[in-house]
Design a protein around this ligand. Structure first.
Ligand SMILES: [Zn+2]
Length: 449
């Protein structure tokens, strides 16, 4: 890996002190070696192998997407229902059931093209029930940092038989996946357990997930309290609300990552905090499906570990981390105008806090010496960021910047995207494959193309 000097940018470090300073950032052996005034000494008189000019740009920690469904990128525009349960039963599950390894890989590549070009360096992906090795192979070759798992489903009204597993066999497959992929890609990949949500998982499955997560130290990635109709079905099915159900099964823990959390009551938020579990805010998906407004400012005030995610292209429909950050600020305002989410707290959801939510705080999430060189260079010269982008860098980045302003995305010191070019993904090939695979998928799902 080349030693790289990112030169003369505005470093928005997202460290504990909230450092913002103009200066250089030195990358060596895939890690951040030095920042600002410490760079010359770290270089020791030697020239870097590569120099990247960041004049007129912000330099940020790589953005972390703590809840995504790359398998759904092919479904963009195919699922426009405005209710979670109808959206799942009528569109998403039948489409996921029609995936092959090839269509899943094409879907993941298309999603990663968009995410990487938009400054995303790390994803926590829910996967789908089948073909998880194909997803792992794409994540490994794309060079991103990723947690991913096989979606677990063993029951549920309206679930196609092709998506239903036997719990013991499904957990055995998770063990095999962990053996193959946990720590792969020079440590960039981690395998999670991904029970989809309460309505798709039996008590036996939740107990198995809790036991395997404890034994193997795996993150449990699921959905929690997303929509009112789901909440009513959950109470009918298990006789209690989501966080109480997870706590009762031993699933709620410091390894728990739950997406949405829109409808958690005060006692459930206390349970989440007591167990040091993490929640992931998905404002775009919540707004588009009409699920509600999560109280992310309350999560912050309660000290709950938290991240942000675009969810999937079938319910958002964009995988633009900057758009999502702005929405987080807007949703907090709408939820309680007197308790907004400051732009710095919003950006933290995709950086410092997002890393903590996924247990990656010793790996990524800030520009600090010793952390992985997961770095984004964001051009700040566009008129939509002017006239003075540095007056409040956090407000500029969260409420004015766009994914298209990203000039460079680096993961562990390796450039994955720079000025319209991808190094590990081929946009022509990926788009062509996505179109072809979408046609085949629709045919298999019995839908007109
Ligand atoms: Zn989701």
């Amino acid at each position: 890996l080349p030693t790289t000097l990112i030169h003369s940018g505005t470093l928005v470090c997202m460290d504990a002190a909230g450092t913002v300073a103009r200066g250089d950032l030195l990358v060596r052996d895939g890690r951040i070696a030095a920042l600002g005034e410490a760079v010359p000494a770290a270089l020791g008189g030697r020239a870097p192998d590569r120099r990247i000019d960041a004049t007129g740009a912000f330099v940020l920690p790589g953005l972390i997407q703590a809840h995504v469904h790359l398998c759904q990128t092919l479904f963009r525009g195919l699922a426009e229902q405005a209710d979670l349960m109808r959206w799942l039963r009528e569109s998403i599950w039948p489409l996921e059931a029609a995936h092959t390894s090839e269509s899943l890989a094409a879907s993941a590549r298309l999603g990663l093209l968009e995410l990487v070009a938009g400054g995303v360096t790390c994803v926590n992906d829910m996967g789908t029930v089948r073909h998880t090795e194909a997803l792992g192979a794409v994540l490994e070759s794309a060079g991103v940092r990723a947690l991913f798992g096989k979606a677990l489903m063993d029951r549920g009204e309206g679930v196609p038989p092709a998506l239903l597993d036997d719990p013991a066999a499904a957990l055995a497959e998770c063990r095999e996946l962990a053996g193959r992929f946990h720590g792969a890609g020079e440590g960039r990949l981690a395998v999670t357990l991904a029970p989809r949500f309460i309505l798709s998982c039996s008590d036996r499955l939740w107990d198995g997930v809790a036991a395997l997560a404890r034994e193997a130290g795996l993150v449990v990635h699921t959905h929690i309290a997303e929509s009112p109709s789901e909440g009513r079905e959950v109470e009918r099915a298990v006789g209690r609300t989501a966080a109480r159900h997870f706590a009762a099964h031993g699933v709620l823990s410091a390894r728990f990552v739950g997406a949405h959390g829109v409808w958690l009551d005060d006692e459930e938020l206390r349970l989440v905090k007591e167990h040091d579990a993490a929640l992931v805010h998905c404002p775009g998906a919540n707004l588009k499906l009409g699920s509600g407004l999560a109280h992310v400012r309350a999560w912050r005030d309660a000290g709950i570990r938290r991240g942000i995610g675009c969810d999937g292209a079938a319910c958002n429909n964009r995988l633009d981390a900057f758009h999502e950050l702005s929405l987080a600020g807007l949703v907090a305002r709408a939820r309680d105008p007197a308790a907004p989410l400051a732009p710095r707290d919003a950006l933290a959801l995709a950086t410092r806090e997002g890393a903590r939510a996924l247990g990656l705080e010793r790996v990524a999430g800030a520009l600090e010496p010793g952390l992985a060189a997961d770095v984004v260079v964001l051009d700040a010269r566009g008129p939509h960021l002017g006239p003075e982008p540095e007056a409040d860098p956090y407000a500029t980045i969260v409420h004015a910047a766009r994914a298209a302003d990203v000039r460079l995305t680096m993961v562990a010191g390796r450039v994955l995207y720079e000025d319209g070019r991808w190094t590990t993904l081929d946009p022509g090939e990926a788009l062509g494959a996505a179109r072809a695979e979408r046609r085949g998928l629709l045919r298999r799902a019995g839908r007109a193309a």
